[in-house]
Design a protein around this ligand. Structure first.
Ligand code: CP3
Length: 360
């Protein structure tokens, strides 16, 4: 018997099944033994890389998401540069919403801005259902990537109903989510109709990525931390649960992530993902107590720590790896996305350190 990677034993000298499904990233998501802790970064593709800024010059964000060759190249850039354990598709959470007929733009330095915010029942009806044909450019980009990535897994993603609804109701980014919450409390039937419609769109976006070969998916509920646990359970959890359940048969790990979710980690775990993303406010060992033993965790270096002197970065990475030891499975990541001003060489060093310090 030959041991190829920890816990994966092949008989009679046969090579063990390789490919992305047996990669350290997918294995850690499934809480299987791994040769080293896998690492990738949310927003690893983007403005921290000069080669990204060069490619994007003069191409609006949404337009760039609709060009498969460009998506392929931008997605590959951080994989080549940093040696991360997974690629994440270059796209945006509002891409399928735009495909559903909502007039919106991604404004540099601001984020998604919606021309006519969604606040009444008639506005919800303007969001038409989408099918795979509306997202053929996503299918094409994922296929190009999977052919090029070999054993490196590609993560597909989507925005969760609450975070998408917040952009649509506010009309753009919001600090308080006041209009979103006003709709939620004041017109719960419109709120639930909106989230159900967004859930359908999210499901289709994820399904297209998985059918084209994505090895995992991440559901971003970035702004869910704005809610109390009671409101999260009542207004959000049923919709996110439905989206995650719809992918249960797809055979790929599902990751569920939000920011400021310390009080929500238990409830987010109940939504049914295989992995729960944790921000830097909650140590991973404490997070796993809240989430339970049946899910892996992902995180959770504060993106601002990357601006500290290297010995500080190193100490934080080692602390997080140590805390990750007492979880059922750990995927190293930041607690939120890479900030555009980050020195990319520090990211490359973090990848090397995670691999070396966690080698089993
Ligand atoms: O590398 C990756 O993580 C993959 C690509 C990705 C982007 N957006 C590319 C992008 C992913 C996974 C997203 C998800 C996304 N988009 C989220 C959830 C994740 C999170 O960060 O919480 C949210 C909330 C959005 C909405 C959005 N789109 C914001 C807030 C912004 C930034 C606006 C700005 O200019 O500061 C965008 C635009 C965006 N999406 C950029 C990128 C690389 C920047 C576009 C540019 O280069 O100008």
């Amino acid at each position: 018997m030959t041991t190829t990677i920890a816990g994966n034993v092949s008989r009679g000298g046969e090579p063990a099944p390789a490919g992305p499904a047996d990669s350290p990233f997918v294995r850690a998501c499934r809480r299987l033994p791994v040769p080293h802790t896998p690492v990738w970064f949310m927003r690893q593709a983007g403005r921290s890389l000069p080669e990204y800024r060069e490619l994007r010059a003069g191409v609006p964000m949404l337009e760039s998401c609709r060009r498969p060759e460009l998506v392929h190249e931008i997605t590959m850039q951080p994989v080549r540069r940093h040696g991360v354990d997974a690629a994440i598709l270059f796209s945006d959470i509002v891409v399928p919403v735009a495909a559903a007929g909502i007039d919106l733009e991604i404004v540099p330095g601001t984020g998604p801005v919606v021309a006519e915010p969604v606040r009444a029942a008639a506005d919800v009806d303007r969001i038409r259902p989408i099918d795979a044909a509306d997202l053929s450019f996503v299918d094409e980009a994922v296929r190009l990537l999977v052919a090029d990535l070999g054993d490196t897994p590609l993560i597909g993603f989507a925005g969760a109903p609450f975070t998408l609804a917040s952009y649509l109701v506010e009309g753009g980014p919001s600090r308080t989510h006041v209009k979103t919450k006003a709709l939620m409390y004041g017109a719960p039937e419109i709120w639930h109709a909106l989230c159900a419609r967004l859930g359908d769109i999210t499901e289709e976006f994820l399904r297209v990525q998985v059918n084209a070969g994505a090895s995992a998916i991440q559901l971003f509920d970035s702004w869910a931390g704005a809610l109390s646990e009671a409101d999260y359970r009542r207004f959000v959890l049923p919709h996110s649960t439905r989206v995650l359940a719809s992918l249960a048969d797809a055979g790929v790990p599902r990751i569920h992530f939000g920011v400021g979710t310390a009080e929500l980690l238990g409830a987010m775990g109940e939504a049914g993902a295989d992995v729960v993303g944790v921000d830097w406010r909650t140590p991973l060992d404490a997070a796993t107590v809240r989430i339970g033993p049946d899910r892996a965790v992902q995180g959770n270096l504060d993106p601002c720590v990357l601006f500290a002197p290297w010995p500080v970065v190193e100490a934080e990475v080692r602390r997080i790896l140590a805390e990750g030891e007492s979880t059922p499975g750990h995927v190293f990541n930041l607690g939120h996305g890479v900030l555009p001003e980050t020195d990319p060489d520090v990211l490359t060093r973090v990848v090397a350190l995670v691999h070396e310090a966690s080698a089993r």
